[in-house]
Design a protein. Structure first.
Length: 330
């Protein structure tokens, strides 16, 4: 039994959201809630852009893709693909000086600042929207409730406050067990074996974030989080933005190095308050690791080209050798 467990009040920053308070909340609990943060007019515009984004999810627009499957039917906007003029409210909310200041502290630059925006639409089926987990790829998320979620059964987002340390311990144990040359290959079966969905039993109790429309929730994806129960007959609409460390999203074929923010996952900032800098010890370490992996992959490529060349020469020599062998036999 955990006494004095953190509550929704503890992770709530009221009064317009002072940046220092938000940062303090994120450092301690991994999440910060700003109730009713978005003004009503702006929220109306955001809702209209949610509609626009969702309506375009099957149009083949390279900046907007459908993220689907059996469970979800969401739309994802790639903000790096020149969409600023089409979604001005999304731009204003997810990319401004305050967001940049916070991202600079928590994630550090270079980063993909809210490069992905998800318009999520969930339809109730008398079950949870998503079970508790930490994300495989570390990032900072900004989530806006487009409608009131003031009671259980309406699919509120929620977290186990302060659970980042346990997530990192599990992540690193898994990483250290399978890494080769100090890195893990992204998108492989091994990568998907990451135990990010097995809920430890020593976490602080789940806090369901019941909040009015226009509320903003910021969270570090190492905090165990989930989408709670959504009753049949209910719907949930949310806008969610993702900020990843680095200059591009990690995808299949990429490597996740040990000496990177994907491995550190914001821990240093939480413990010391010192942010990531390209010129800090961590920044230079990350850069050095990137160069080392690039060199290793170039060496591997040269080696495989060498093998291909040798095979080609062998094939070229094969026929003359057979002809000579026949002539000799005669
Ligand atoms: Fe997640």
């Amino acid at each position: 039994m955990i006494t004095n467990a953190p509550t929704l009040d503890d992770i709530t920053v009221s009064g317009g959201g002072d940046l220092r308070e938000i940062a303090a909340c994120l450092r301690k609990y991994g999440a910060a809630v700003l109730p009713g943060y978005i003004e009503p007019d702006q929220l109306t515009r955001l809702s209209a852009e949610w509609d626009k984004l969702r309506a375009a999810r099957n149009d083949g627009n390279p900046a907007i893709r459908r993220v689907g499957g059996d469970v979800a039917d969401y739309a994802a906007l790639d903000r790096t693909a020149g969409t600023k003029a089409d979604f001005p409210a999304i731009e204003a909310v997810f990319d401004n000086d305050r967001v940049r200041s916070l991202v600079r502290e928590v994630v550090g630059f270079p980063c993909m600042l809210n490069s992905e925006i998800y318009a999520t639409y969930d339809v109730g089926a008398d079950r949870a929207i998503a079970d508790a987990h930490f994300d495989k790829t570390w990032n900072l998320k900004f989530m806006v409730y487009l409608e009131d979620i003031m009671e259980s059964g309406k699919g509120a987002f929620g977290v186990h406050p302060g659970s980042m340390g346990e997530a990192r311990r599990r992540f690193r144990e898994w990483f250290d067990g399978i890494c080769r040359d100090g890195a893990v290959d992204v998108g492989t079966d091994e990568f998907y074996s990451m135990p990010n969905e097995r809920l430890p039993n020593n976490l602080a109790p789940f806090v369901e974030i019941l909040a009015p429309r226009g509320s903003l929730i910021i969270f570090n994806t190492d905090v165990y989080h989930s989408g709670s129960y959504l009753n049949a007959g209910c719907e949930r609409r949310i806008l969610r933005a993702h900020t990843y460390p680095g200059e591009r999203l990690l995808g299949i074929g990429d490597k996740m190095p040990r000496n990177s923010r994907h491995y550190e996952r914001g821990e240093k900032w939480e413990k010391t308050g010192k942010g990531f800098s390209r010129f800090s010890k961590e920044g230079l370490g990350e850069w050095g690791e990137k160069m080392r992996l690039r060199r290793l992959s170039a060496q591997a490529s040269i080696k495989s080209k060498g093998v291909a060349l040798m095979n080609f020469i062998r094939r070229c020599l094969y026929i003359p050798r057979r002809v000579v062998a026949r002539l000799v036999r005669r």
